[in-house]
Write a protein that binds this ligand. Structure first.
Ligand code: AMP
Length: 302
């Protein structure tokens, strides 16, 4: 079933203890779309500037990603620069230049409006809401990601958008910041009052945790010997998670748990190389082999 995503398609400058790149294709929606397209067809809504070339767009070609909703306008594409700490767990944002996203008014192509699975990737909350409102009827599942940048600058818009989504997928520090609660279980209760009925907390090298009224499920991060660049791991996690759900067509507890594992699988591949380098060459067979590895990792007898 088709999966709609709105979010940033960007250029990034990245620095980690393993190296530095000054200009590479990135953006939350880019990582999400590529990761999700291993499971289900994706419809992309975003805006890029004149610096976005056919070579950049090639990442979406030959995959099940519809780019009719990728608008091109005069100006520069979204630009983000980040630097990671020695242990890759912390990062500092060095630049966030919204550029063409500042004046973006998304307009869904008619064929996107029937989407039943919607992912509002990290971008201004009013743009996320605008896209959601253009979808016909109520989607089967709407999930949202955001980050400190939007929590701090557009808190009331974000809270308005949250009223309309089923799943909130954010990292641990964002969960604490949004809920004003240090304990993640208590934070989940606060967040449920804001609208979402499920919280997925992405915790970097500590894996991810899903909380809903049925209970809690935790998945580890894949133990990598040589992680290089965590950029986009969260978006790739979301892509694996939502892509798996869109393909499974049911939202049972068992399906959601498997989606968490596939999210973790996609996130782990992204971290292996800089930017989108690992996802570009990833094969379906590698995804399923790593999912089986996860089953072994977490198996035990009582
Ligand atoms: P992640 O590492 O999963 O949090 O996502 C990193 C990607 O998000 C990068 O490729 C950036 O281009 C993009 N990004 C960073 N800051 C923002 C922001 N404020 N809004 C939208 N996208 C962003």
């Amino acid at each position: 079933m088709s999966l709609l995503v709105v979010g940033s398609v960007a250029f990034d400058a990245l620095e980690s203890p393993y190296g530095k790149v000054d200009w590479t294709l990135g953006g939350a929606a880019t990582y999400f779309a590529v990761a999700a397209s291993f499971f289900a067809p994706v419809s992309l809504v975003a805006v890029v500037g004149e610096d976005f070339t056919a070579k950049d767009e090639a990442i979406f070609k030959g995959r099940h990603i519809d780019t009719e909703g990728l608008e091109r306008v005069p100006g520069k594409s979204f630009f983000w620069a980040g630097k990671y700490s020695e242990n890759l767990n912390e990062r500092v944002t060095l630049a966030t230049d919204l550029n063409v996203f500042a004046g973006f008014q998304p307009k869904l192509p008619e064929k996107y409006r029937a989407s039943k699975y919607v992912f509002l990737a990290n971008i201004a909350p009013d743009l996320q809401r605008d896209v959601l409102h253009q979808v016909k009827g109520t989607p089967k599942l709407a999930a949202l990601d955001t980050m400190n940048y939007w929590i701090e600058r557009t808190n009331s818009e974000l809270r308005e958008t949250l009223k309309h989504v089923d799943i909130l997928m954010i990292n641990d520090s964002e969960t604490r910041q949004l809920s004003n609660e240090h304990n993640l279980m208590r934070a989940a209760k606060h967040i449920f009052k804001m609208g979402p009925s499920t919280l997925v907390v992405k915790r970097g090298e500590y894996g991810a945790m899903m909380v809903d009224k049925r209970g809690v499920f935790c998945v580890p991060a894949f133990p990598l010997e040589e992680p290089h660049d965590p950029t986009g791991a969260g978006d790739s996690f979301a892509g694996g998670f939502m892509g798996y759900l869109a393909a499974a067509k049911n939202l049972s507890d068992a399906t959601l748990r498997k989606a968490m594992v596939y999210g973790s699988v996609l996130g782990s591949f992204t971290v292996e190389k800089f930017g989108l380098d690992r996802l570009r060459v990833l094969k379906r067979s590698e995804i399923h082999a790593r999912a089986r590895h996860f089953a072994k990792l977490t198996q035990f007898k009582l």
